[in-house]
Design a protein around this ligand. Structure first.
Ligand code: NI
Length: 172
């Protein structure tokens, strides 16, 4: 089931999310809903707090072609290694629609997480996958990509989002 995506600013997007103790049917359903919501948006990643669930769950799929989909659901993901060299990407966020800014992050990261089958997995990511997985893990710590920007740029984007939310509320 598709879920509504919260738009910044929202206190639920600033929370430190709780680790998941075990993979239950509810967690599997949450991940499935998140993937459906992400593909529908469309986006390449989504974190549970973006649909108002403050648990450490993210989904992502940075594959380019539709027929080569690689949906990944990660529970309690953590970066266990990061490269010294950085790469810059123009980032966006489904909770901050139509706003983009360049952010520098480690070019490669190794991530450990719990899969929906309950098994621990570990994988090294590069390119857009590396950027995306770091962006989504940040969400679990209440951090948005605009927090990497200077205060003026951040305030400008936040004001635009407040205006967007007012407009949407009027239309509802
Ligand atoms: Ni985001």
């Amino acid at each position: 089931m598709k879920r509504p995506i919260l738009i910044h600013p929202d206190p639920r997007l600033k929370k430190l999310c709780e680790p998941v103790a075990e993979i239950t049917p509810e967690i599997a359903q949450l991940a499935e809903d998140m993937l459906e919501t992400m593909y529908d948006a469309p986006g390449v990643g989504l974190a549970a707090p973006q649909i108002g669930v403050t648990k450490r769950v993210i989904v992502l799929d940075c594959s380019k072609e539709q027929d080569a989909r690689r949906p990944l659901a990660m529970v309690n993901p953590e970066v266990v290694w990061e490269s010294e060299d950085l790469s810059r990407y123009e980032e966006g966020c489904l909770s901050i629609p139509e706003q983009y800014a360049e952010v520098a992050r480690p070019a490669e990261v190794r991530v450990r997480w719990l899969g929906l089958d309950g098994a621990v997995q570990e994988e090294q990511f590069a390119g857009l996958w590396a950027t995306c997985v770091q962006h989504e893990i940040d969400h679990l710590n209440g951090k948005l990509f605009i927090d990497f920007l200077g205060p003026l740029k951040r305030q400008m984007i936040t004001r635009k989002m407040e205006k967007l939310k007012r407009e949407r509320a009027r239309q509802a």
